[in-house]
Design a protein around this ligand. Structure first.
Ligand code: LRH
Ligand code: MN
Ligand code: MN
Length: 426
């Protein structure tokens, strides 16, 4: 499924004059506040977020999955879907693969296809939370932390395979998320589990190409409900330090206990030069993987405030791998991802509007009210005309959701791919 630039352009024509009015109004106001609107739009256009291959089909829970049909059933079709997202939004210029869910059969063909669609291969993800077909050892009681040497060796070998696969595609980082932990008190020796994990990670790290990063993702619980080996940013930070300078922490927004101050975690990790990647989603209770910005948009804005500050002030921290890690089963997955991309750009744009100089002064003067005013003034600004303009300038749609619907993309996909339903296997 390819959408032409002309089709996208035509689908945006209806609302062009309204956009122009809104844009002029906003950019006049911002210019009065000395905001460089052009530079801001350029930053928005440059900000690309990777789409996880696993979010393109209908997600779900262990209680059920509902399909929207026309879902991708091969890596090629997943790339096509990312191509659709990127063509409409101009902000989804990368894909993140999960191995072994997405092993390419023809590397050259896949790379060519990605090049044509202007899509890069972001971090590759290993999977030692499921047993693989014909695997000798089981991960039922853990992978890199397992008490069995044979299981640990198998899990290390899998991660090395993932690096090899990623290398052939041009990926530059490996994300490791472990489900390892225990479900009942006494089941595990915490110290042994952590030491085994550190040893295993070091073995993987040793084989990491020089220009790669190892991203260590943490999560407090699930699927284990009593303890998780890499439970929080501190553990991930400790392991990253133990591995070496190419190892970093990865923050997934849904992987925190309720009310955690994620923006502070982001800030501390950037100060220490150890924030390597980001998984965006939103949540009400746990790792809900809901659409970005659908529940706590102000928290997302505060996180972006720290990211913007860190990008500007922490040269010790490398460029970040941005990725969405959200999927649900009651929305068309492509519409869901468009909404997430929009929410990310919106929070980023608002954070860029914060007058950092004024904020710094207000902080130094302990002017608490002014500090809050500065943040909330930026947050309350309707920045959508800036996002629209960034998209239009790059050949994207004024309103990606409206264009997606008016171009009838889901039905086109169903026509091409049939009513094959990967959710139920029908
Ligand atoms: C774990 C996680 C991790 C996995 C993905 C499928 O909850 O966030 O990033 O790779 O979900
Ligand atoms: Mn994640
Ligand atoms: Mn998760």
């Amino acid at each position: 499924m390819r959408i032409s630039k002309d089709h996208i352009h035509d689908s945006s024509m209806n609302e062009l004059s309204v956009h122009k009015e809104n844009f002029d109004f906003l950019s006049n106001n911002l210019s009065k506040k000395n905001v460089d609107v052009k530079a801001l739009i350029k930053k928005l256009s440059d900000f690309q977020v990777a789409i996880p291959s696993w979010a393109l089909g209908a997600g779900g829970t262990r209680f059920g999955r509902f399909s929207f049909y026309g879902e991708p059933s091969s890596l090629e079709q997943k790339l096509e879907d990312v191509g659709v997202l990127h063509a409409l939004t101009q902000t989804a210029g990368a894909v993140s693969l999960h191995i072994p869910w997405d092993v390419p059969s023809d590397y050259k063909a896949i790379k060519n296809m990605a090049d044509e669609l202007d899509i890069k291969f972001d971090a590759v993800n290993s999977n030692t939370f499921q047993d693989q077909k014909n695997a000798k050892e089981s991960y039922k009681y853990g992978s890199l932390s397992n008490t069995s040497v044979a299981v640990r060796e198998q899990a290390v070998a899998h991660n090395l395979d993932v690096i090899k696969i990623g290398n052939q595609l041009g990926s530059k980082s490996l994300t490791v998320w472990l489900a390892d932990g225990s479900s009942f008190p006494g089941q595990n020796n915490f110290q042994t589990a952590l030491s085994n994990t550190e040893d295993s990670l070091k073995k993987i790290y040793k084989q990491l190409p020089d220009d790669w990063k190892l991203l260590i993702e943490y999560k407090p619980y699930e699927p284990n409900f009593y303890s998780t080996v890499i439970q929080d940013w501190g553990t991930s930070f400790m392991l990253a330090n133990a591995c070496g300078e190419k190892a970093y922490s990865l923050v997934d927004l849904g992987h925190h206990l309720p009310n955690s101050n994620i923006e502070q975690i982001v800030s501390v990790l950037m100060l220490k030069g150890k924030l390597g990647g980001f998984h965006f989603n939103d949540s009400k209770y746990g790792d809900d993987d809901l659409t970005v910005g659908s529940i706590k948009p102000y928290a997302l804005f505060l996180i972006f405030n720290e990211l913007v500050y860190g990008i500007q002030n922490n040269p010790q921290n490398p460029d970040l791998a941005w990725m969405i890690d959200a999927s649900h089963n009651i929305k068309d997955p492509l519409e869901d991802l468009i909404q997430s991309l929009e929410a990310i750009q919106e929070a980023y744009a608002k954070a860029l509007l914060i007058d950092q100089y004024e904020l710094r002064n207000a902080q130094l003067n302990n002017d608490v009210v002014k500090c809050q005013e500065l943040l909330q003034d930026a947050f309350r600004t309707d920045v959508r005309p800036l996002l629209e303009s960034a998209r239009l300038q790059s050949g994207g749609a004024l309103s990606p959701i409206k264009s997606y619907r008016s171009l009838d993309i889901r039905n086109e996909l169903i026509k091409e791919r049939g009513k094959h339903n990967i959710a139920s296997g029908l």
